[in-house]
Design a protein around this ligand. Structure first.
Ligand code: NAG
Ligand code: NAG
Ligand code: NAG
Length: 376
């Protein structure tokens, strides 16, 4: 969740929409290490389970194309929470009943006294995101995602929250690599994996457009009904975030960004697409977009004339059509491209929900690779 933008909502004609109330300015963390491996062995491919009963398909609710939120439970008896399934972080937390921040008054809080399986560690924690920060302590308990059960799962309990007021979720469930989890905590996916919950250590996202229902995260395999054609596999370049190498970004055959190659993070906890501000400005020039506050307004007719923005990854083109990168708000239209990653070196892009709605995505921990295919 590098760049989740919490929004004031403006009801719309079509999909929806949105005007940012608050927006992040900088990427706190500098992603700098080099791309590790290019010689990814495709032969390592294994057969992904064909729709077998071992796949857990978990529904997500789409909040205005801004956040995809699913239910989980913690404790005995179970207490239910709404969480963002976030490939852009590795930590898992929900609000504690002892939380004193205004954000906690409007969210579900966990009462540890009511759970017979709760184990406390008294370790303090602090987790920062693009949109905010939480502080609290660590605990452990039984966590359920549908029929998946993670025993003695460590998680954070917030006592203070900043930046999460009005969020359509109570907490965050991180699905990035354990190397970036705080205090070396074993993330929920790894805990489930070591407890034998999956036939294959993969998870996948299908993110619906506009509709509240129909989006899913699946664990343990891939349901082929959610994509068209074949999955193209891309090696993870750094096993921290779900990070890959991108070759270039082009429009109409002209390279507009990522001209010497760049890095890209696939982030289900970010809604838009973020890149270095200078390059985003160039892209907006080509779109004839006008800067207005923190937004770029585009003529709504441009949807009919603008070319797709093409992300070339591992030699394969992933076009993003103007219908996806221009959103309609009442009587005007906005570009979903945003700046802010210029503090990262090498050049880094964050591909959020806008991209992941077009491309069904598979996150394969055994082979450290990401599979993409056009979503149905
Ligand atoms: C989560 O649970 C609430 C009620 O407990 C329900 O209304 C909602 O539909 C659930 N969301 C999903 C995505 O299943
Ligand atoms: C949870 O614990 C509180 C006291 O901490 C108690 O008042 C409440 O009834 C309990 N709720 C449930 C569902 O057990
Ligand atoms: C692509 O580049 C050529 C040559 O610089 C230019 O004439 C053309 O207008 C460019 N097309 C776009 C869409 O920018």
């Amino acid at each position: 969740m590098k760049w989740l933008v919490l929004l004031g909502l403006v009801a719309l004609s079509e999909c929806i929409v949105i005007l940012p109330l608050r927006k992040m300015k900088t990427l706190r963390e500098t992603l700098r290490e080099k791309n590790l491996l290019n010689n990814f062995l495709e032969e390592r491919a294994y057969r992904l389970s064909k729709r077998d009963s071992k796949i857990t398909i978990h529904p997500l609710r789409n909040y205005l194309d801004m956040a995809y939120v699913g239910n989980i439970t913690i404790g005995t008896p179970p207490q239910e929470f709404r969480v963002v399934f976030d490939t852009g972080s590795a930590d898992f937390w929900v609000p504690s009943i002892s939380c004193v921040s205004p954000a906690c008054y409007t969210h579900k809080t966990f009462n540890l006294h009511n759970s017979s399986s709760f184990g406390q560690t008294h370790q303090p924690i602090s987790i920062s995101y693009g949109p905010g920060i939480i502080q609290g302590f660590l605990g452990s308990d039984t966590v359920r995602i549908g029929n998946l059960v993670s025993l003695k799962q460590s998680f954070g309990l917030s006592q203070e929250e900043y930046g999460f007021d009005g969020a359509p979720f109570d907490g965050v469930l991180g699905l990035a690599y354990p190397s970036i989890s705080i205090k070396g905590i074993i993330p929920i996916f790894d805990n489930l994996w070591s407890q034998g919950a999956f036939s294959e250590p993969v998870f996948a996202f299908y993110l619906n457009t506009c509709k509240p229902e129909g989006s899913v995260v699946m664990f343990g395999g891939v349901d082929h009904r959610y994509y068209k054609g074949e999955l193209n596999w891309i090696p993870v370049s750094q096993t921290r975030y779900w990070q890959i190498s991108m070759n270039r970004i082009s429009m109409n055959g002209n390279v507009t960004a990522c001209s010497h190659g760049c890095q890209a993070l696939l982030d289900t906890g970010t809604s838009m697409i973020h890149g270095p501000t200078r390059l985003i400005t160039n892209i907006h020039k080509l779109m004839n977009a006008r800067h207005q506050g923190s937004e770029y307004m585009v003529s709504c007719d441009a949807v009919k004339t603008l070319p797709p923005v093409i992300f070339n990854i591992n030699g394969i083109d992933y076009p993003l059509p103007p219908q996806a990168y221009i959103t309609k708000a009442q009587n005007f239209c906005l570009s979903i491209f945003h700046g802010g990653t210029e503090t990262s070196s090498p050049e880094t892009w964050i591909l959020g929900g806008v991209f992941l709605r077009q491309y069904f995505s598979v996150f394969d921990r055994r082979n450290d690779r990401i599979g993409l295919a056009p979503a149905v």
